[in-house]
Design a protein around this ligand. Structure first.
Ligand SMILES: Cc1cc2nc3c(=O)[nH]c(=O)nc-3n(C[C@H](O)[C@H](O)[C@H](O)COP(=O)(O)O)c2cc1C
Length: 193
Protein backbone atom coordinates (compact mmCIF):
# COMPACT_ATOMS: atom_id res chain seq x y z
CA UNK A 1 0.00 0.00 0.00
CA UNK A 2 1.32 3.49 -0.78
CA UNK A 3 1.87 5.85 2.13
CA UNK A 4 -1.24 8.02 1.69
CA UNK A 5 -3.46 4.92 1.44
CA UNK A 6 -1.86 3.68 4.65
CA UNK A 7 -2.61 7.04 6.33
CA UNK A 8 -6.20 6.91 5.06
CA UNK A 9 -6.91 3.44 6.35
CA UNK A 10 -4.83 3.51 9.55
CA UNK A 11 -7.76 4.58 11.64
CA UNK A 12 -8.52 3.86 15.27
CA UNK A 13 -9.94 0.35 15.50
CA UNK A 14 -11.70 -0.70 18.68
CA UNK A 15 -13.09 -4.17 18.01
CA UNK A 16 -10.79 -7.05 17.17
CA UNK A 17 -10.74 -10.79 16.54
CA UNK A 18 -9.77 -11.93 20.01
CA UNK A 19 -8.82 -15.39 18.69
CA UNK A 20 -6.07 -13.99 16.49
CA UNK A 21 -2.88 -12.96 18.25
CA UNK A 22 -0.34 -10.58 16.78
CA UNK A 23 2.47 -12.54 15.12
CA UNK A 24 6.11 -12.16 16.09
CA UNK A 25 6.89 -10.64 12.69
CA UNK A 26 4.52 -7.72 13.35
CA UNK A 27 5.92 -7.20 16.83
CA UNK A 28 9.44 -7.10 15.37
CA UNK A 29 8.32 -4.48 12.87
CA UNK A 30 6.78 -2.36 15.64
CA UNK A 31 9.94 -2.66 17.73
CA UNK A 32 12.01 -1.44 14.81
CA UNK A 33 9.56 1.44 14.20
CA UNK A 34 10.07 2.51 17.83
CA UNK A 35 13.83 2.16 17.64
CA UNK A 36 14.08 4.29 14.51
CA UNK A 37 11.79 7.09 15.80
CA UNK A 38 13.05 10.64 16.14
CA UNK A 39 13.32 12.17 19.59
CA UNK A 40 14.33 15.65 20.72
CA UNK A 41 18.09 15.69 21.17
CA UNK A 42 18.05 11.99 20.22
CA UNK A 43 17.46 11.32 23.92
CA UNK A 44 15.44 8.08 23.36
CA UNK A 45 14.17 8.26 26.93
CA UNK A 46 10.78 6.59 26.51
CA UNK A 47 10.21 3.05 27.69
CA UNK A 48 7.72 0.59 26.22
CA UNK A 49 6.07 -2.51 27.64
CA UNK A 50 4.44 -4.97 25.22
CA UNK A 51 1.74 -6.99 26.96
CA UNK A 52 0.82 -10.21 25.17
CA UNK A 53 0.00 -12.24 28.25
CA UNK A 54 -3.76 -12.87 27.98
CA UNK A 55 -4.46 -12.77 31.69
CA UNK A 56 -2.68 -9.43 32.15
CA UNK A 57 -4.26 -8.07 28.96
CA UNK A 58 -7.75 -8.93 30.26
CA UNK A 59 -7.00 -7.13 33.51
CA UNK A 60 -5.70 -4.04 31.71
CA UNK A 61 -8.85 -3.98 29.57
CA UNK A 62 -10.99 -3.38 32.67
CA UNK A 63 -9.16 -0.09 33.26
CA UNK A 64 -9.48 1.39 29.76
CA UNK A 65 -12.21 3.64 28.42
CA UNK A 66 -13.21 3.42 24.80
CA UNK A 67 -14.93 5.74 22.32
CA UNK A 68 -16.08 8.66 24.46
CA UNK A 69 -18.48 9.85 21.72
CA UNK A 70 -20.46 6.60 21.72
CA UNK A 71 -22.68 4.92 24.29
CA UNK A 72 -20.75 2.19 26.12
CA UNK A 73 -22.68 -0.67 24.48
CA UNK A 74 -21.53 0.55 21.04
CA UNK A 75 -18.02 1.80 21.76
CA UNK A 76 -16.63 -0.71 24.22
CA UNK A 77 -15.42 -4.04 22.79
CA UNK A 78 -17.39 -7.06 23.98
CA UNK A 79 -15.91 -10.39 25.00
CA UNK A 80 -14.38 -11.94 21.90
CA UNK A 81 -13.61 -8.48 20.47
CA UNK A 82 -11.04 -7.26 22.95
CA UNK A 83 -7.51 -6.18 21.99
CA UNK A 84 -4.91 -8.96 22.11
CA UNK A 85 -1.83 -6.79 22.53
CA UNK A 86 -1.11 -3.61 24.48
CA UNK A 87 1.90 -1.36 24.25
CA UNK A 88 2.35 0.86 27.28
CA UNK A 89 4.37 4.01 26.63
CA UNK A 90 6.13 5.33 29.72
CA UNK A 91 8.39 8.13 30.83
CA UNK A 92 10.63 8.58 33.85
CA UNK A 93 8.89 10.88 36.36
CA UNK A 94 12.23 12.26 37.53
CA UNK A 95 13.39 13.47 34.15
CA UNK A 96 12.09 16.80 33.00
CA UNK A 97 12.26 16.44 29.25
CA UNK A 98 10.36 19.24 27.54
CA UNK A 99 9.58 17.35 24.33
CA UNK A 100 8.89 13.89 25.70
CA UNK A 101 5.19 13.99 24.73
CA UNK A 102 6.15 14.91 21.18
CA UNK A 103 8.61 12.02 21.14
CA UNK A 104 5.83 9.71 22.33
CA UNK A 105 3.47 10.90 19.59
CA UNK A 106 6.07 10.27 16.92
CA UNK A 107 6.78 6.78 18.24
CA UNK A 108 3.04 6.04 18.45
CA UNK A 109 2.49 7.12 14.85
CA UNK A 110 5.42 5.07 13.61
CA UNK A 111 4.50 1.94 15.53
CA UNK A 112 0.80 2.00 14.64
CA UNK A 113 1.67 2.46 10.97
CA UNK A 114 4.18 -0.39 11.09
CA UNK A 115 1.47 -2.61 12.58
CA UNK A 116 -1.17 -1.47 10.10
CA UNK A 117 1.11 -2.12 7.14
CA UNK A 118 0.84 -5.75 8.21
CA UNK A 119 -2.92 -5.63 8.79
CA UNK A 120 -2.88 -5.13 12.56
CA UNK A 121 -5.18 -2.34 13.72
CA UNK A 122 -4.78 -0.18 16.80
CA UNK A 123 -6.27 2.44 19.06
CA UNK A 124 -4.26 4.86 21.16
CA UNK A 125 -5.86 5.05 24.61
CA UNK A 126 -5.09 7.79 27.09
CA UNK A 127 -8.31 7.58 29.10
CA UNK A 128 -7.39 4.91 31.65
CA UNK A 129 -6.70 4.18 35.30
CA UNK A 130 -2.91 4.57 35.31
CA UNK A 131 -2.32 3.53 38.91
CA UNK A 132 -4.30 0.31 38.52
CA UNK A 133 -2.53 -0.61 35.30
CA UNK A 134 0.89 0.12 36.83
CA UNK A 135 -0.13 -2.21 39.68
CA UNK A 136 -1.13 -5.00 37.28
CA UNK A 137 2.18 -4.73 35.44
CA UNK A 138 4.30 -4.14 38.53
CA UNK A 139 6.07 -1.28 36.79
CA UNK A 140 8.80 0.75 38.44
CA UNK A 141 7.22 3.45 40.67
CA UNK A 142 9.42 6.06 39.02
CA UNK A 143 7.80 5.45 35.64
CA UNK A 144 4.63 7.21 34.52
CA UNK A 145 2.34 5.68 31.92
CA UNK A 146 1.60 8.24 29.21
CA UNK A 147 -0.83 6.15 27.19
CA UNK A 148 -1.35 2.68 25.86
CA UNK A 149 -1.90 1.37 22.36
CA UNK A 150 -4.42 -1.46 22.02
CA UNK A 151 -3.93 -3.76 19.03
CA UNK A 152 -5.38 -6.69 17.15
CA UNK A 153 -6.91 -7.71 13.82
CA UNK A 154 -9.93 -5.41 13.32
CA UNK A 155 -13.40 -6.84 12.78
CA UNK A 156 -14.96 -3.55 11.69
CA UNK A 157 -14.28 -0.94 9.07
CA UNK A 158 -13.46 2.69 9.67
CA UNK A 159 -13.73 5.35 7.02
CA UNK A 160 -12.73 8.98 6.82
CA UNK A 161 -15.63 11.28 5.85
CA UNK A 162 -15.88 15.06 5.36
CA UNK A 163 -17.35 17.13 8.18
CA UNK A 164 -21.14 17.49 8.00
CA UNK A 165 -22.76 20.91 7.82
CA UNK A 166 -22.99 21.19 11.60
CA UNK A 167 -19.19 20.97 11.71
CA UNK A 168 -19.19 18.10 14.22
CA UNK A 169 -15.88 16.25 14.60
CA UNK A 170 -17.54 13.37 16.50
CA UNK A 171 -17.07 9.95 14.94
CA UNK A 172 -20.16 7.78 14.64
CA UNK A 173 -21.06 4.19 13.77
CA UNK A 174 -23.65 2.55 11.49
CA UNK A 175 -25.89 -0.45 12.34
CA UNK A 176 -22.98 -2.81 11.72
CA UNK A 177 -20.81 -0.76 14.04
CA UNK A 178 -18.48 0.44 11.32
CA UNK A 179 -16.91 3.80 12.11
CA UNK A 180 -17.09 7.08 10.21
CA UNK A 181 -14.47 9.62 11.21
CA UNK A 182 -15.05 13.23 10.11
CA UNK A 183 -11.88 15.01 9.04
CA UNK A 184 -11.57 18.71 8.23
CA UNK A 185 -10.55 19.84 4.78
CA UNK A 186 -6.83 20.54 4.44
CA UNK A 187 -7.60 24.20 3.59
CA UNK A 188 -9.30 24.61 6.97
CA UNK A 189 -6.07 23.80 8.76
CA UNK A 190 -3.22 24.59 6.46
CA UNK A 191 -2.11 27.77 4.77
CA UNK A 192 0.79 27.98 2.43
CA UNK A 193 2.49 31.35 2.22
C1 LIG B 1 -3.55 11.03 22.40
C2 LIG B 1 -4.75 10.21 22.04
C3 LIG B 1 -5.54 9.68 23.05
C4 LIG B 1 -6.64 8.88 22.73
N1 LIG B 1 -7.36 8.30 23.75
C5 LIG B 1 -8.40 7.50 23.44
C6 LIG B 1 -9.10 6.81 24.46
O1 LIG B 1 -8.82 6.95 25.66
N2 LIG B 1 -10.11 5.97 24.10
C7 LIG B 1 -10.44 5.75 22.78
O2 LIG B 1 -11.34 4.97 22.50
N3 LIG B 1 -9.80 6.41 21.78
C8 LIG B 1 -8.79 7.26 22.07
N4 LIG B 1 -8.09 7.87 21.07
C9 LIG B 1 -8.48 7.66 19.67
C10 LIG B 1 -9.17 8.92 19.10
O3 LIG B 1 -10.49 8.96 19.57
C11 LIG B 1 -9.11 8.86 17.57
O4 LIG B 1 -7.78 9.01 17.16
C12 LIG B 1 -9.96 9.96 16.93
O5 LIG B 1 -11.32 9.77 17.20
C13 LIG B 1 -9.78 10.03 15.42
O6 LIG B 1 -9.98 8.78 14.84
P1 LIG B 1 -8.88 8.18 13.89
O7 LIG B 1 -7.72 7.77 14.78
O8 LIG B 1 -9.49 7.03 13.21
O9 LIG B 1 -8.43 9.28 12.96
C14 LIG B 1 -6.99 8.66 21.37
C15 LIG B 1 -6.18 9.20 20.36
C16 LIG B 1 -5.08 9.96 20.68
C17 LIG B 1 -4.22 10.50 19.57
Amino acid sequence: MDLISLFKTRRSYRRFDENRSVPEEVIDSMKEAIRLSSSAGNTQELKYVFVRDREKADKIFEHLRFAAYLPEDRGRPKEGERPVLYVLVMKDKNKNLKWINTDAGIAAANMTLAAWEKGVGSCIIANMDREDIAGILGTDKEMEILFTIALGYPIHRSEVVPLKEDGSIKYYVDEEMNYYVPKKAAEDMISII
